[in-house]
Design a protein around this ligand. Structure first.
Ligand code: G3P
Ligand code: CA
Length: 354
């Protein structure tokens, strides 16, 4: 493994939202203590025990996907307008090997493909066991030109559909061009948080390595060098480990459930990641107390970015503001939300609390 601590230091410096203060000094600032209320004072840093007392990142999950159809340039723009520090493109590869922003390998739920007669005969069952014979339209069967003829729709019930049918699917290059073309509302460079979706599936298809393709795109836009505002993420441990050996950019290990967490932590080569991206359900025990995941990761100097906070999917009936603040108090270093306008507001309420 390469110089992990150097990688982490680089990303913290690049993404700092409050003056970076020495950990030794921060350690004297107990949450809720005398200095905690001074989170708004110069140099005090964040009130809760995030790494380096950095203000946690608001990560626009699939953009501002609660309000505008996911993975479109328009939803990423909305996320940035709403206060996101990072935008999150999930990435899959077209038939002609172009990285495009989609959460799923299939198209029926997030686009109008089913209404396009020219693609009616393109629907088929997959032989990928992970999708259990799903009968659908698959990104891997469409060229970029064909993908561009589709329009995005809102897949989540209960969310507005007024933008359905309006916006195209962007390439990763287009997402990076957008990111470089503007700043966050805090006048910082836009952080891009790409996720390689199903890299093993793409490899089985004989496609170019997704990690290499992601790094090549980042390099084309001057965002591949150490210190660039980029996190690369994936669920597949082998992919994460391989990426970590290829880049000085931080690579984040996504964890969906307790079994996956236990399994990966038991590996002798762990940790081979620079950041941890756990499901929010992993951070608290049934007793409502910390599960210890954040503390264990922080003990290794590894930031934690849980997912996903959704205004319209309350946790245990709790108001979303209460939920997010509970996680912030745990010391998370960033968080994914479908509603960055809420995440931004809640994070700032904490920052500037009297
Ligand atoms: O990447 C963090 C989170 O997005 C993982 O879940 O399925 O929404 O990509 P998913
Ligand atoms: Ca994702």
């Amino acid at each position: 493994m390469k110089n992990q601590m150097t990688k982490r230091t680089g990303l913290l410096a690049a993404l700092a939202f409050a003056p970076v203060v020495a950990l030794s000094a921060c350690d004297t600032m107990a949450p809720g203590g005398a200095d905690a209320g001074g989170g708004a004072s110069a140099g005090a840093g964040w009130v809760y025990p995030s790494l380096g007392r950095e203000r946690p990142l608001v990560i626009g999950h699939r953009g501002a996907s609660g309000d505008v159809p996911e993975h479109t340039l328009e939803t990423y723009q909305r996320a940035l307008n709403d206060g996101a520090d990072c935008i999150e493109p999930d990435l899959v590869m077209t038939k002609d090997n172009v990285l495009v922003a989609r959460h799923d390998l299939y198209l029926s739920t997030t686009t109008n493909v089913a209404s396009k007669p020219e693609f009616a005969n393109r629907k088929r069952k997959t032989d990928d066991a992970a999708y259990e014979g799903r009968n659908d339209w698959w990104v891997e069967d469409f060229t970029l030109a064909e993908i561009k003829s589709l329009r995005a729709v809102q897949p989540f019930p209960g969310r507005t559909k007024v933008f359905d049918g309006l916006y195209q699917i962007p390439t990763f290059d287009e997402v990076l061009m957008l990111a470089k073309s503007r700043l966050t509302v805090a006048s910082k460079p836009v952080c891009v948080y790409p996720e390689a979706k199903a890299p093993a599936h793409h490899a089985r298809l004989g496609k170019p390595d997704m990690g290499d393709a992601i790094l090549a795109a980042l390099a084309r836009h001057g965002m591949a060098a150490k210190g660039s505002p980029v996190f690369i993420q994936a669920f597949e441990p082998d992919f994460v480990k391989a990426m970590n050996a290829k880049t000085e950019l931080p690579v984040v290990m996504l964890i969906g459930d307790q079994a996956s967490y236990n399994s990966i932590m038991a590996r002798p080569d762990a940790p081979f990641w620079d950041g941890l991206g756990p499901n929010i359900g992993l951070l608290f025990g049934a007793d409502g107390k910390s599960s210890g995941v954040v503390e264990a990761s922080h003990a290794k100097g590894i930031p934690v970015h849980p997912w996903t906070f959704r205004d319209d999917q309350p946790v245990n009936g709790e108001a979303i503001e209460v939920t997010i603040k509970r996680y912030l108090a745990l010391g998370i270093d960033g968080f994914f939300t479908d509603f960055p306008i809420t995440g931004y507001r809640v994070r700032n309420e904490v920052t500037f609390a009297p």
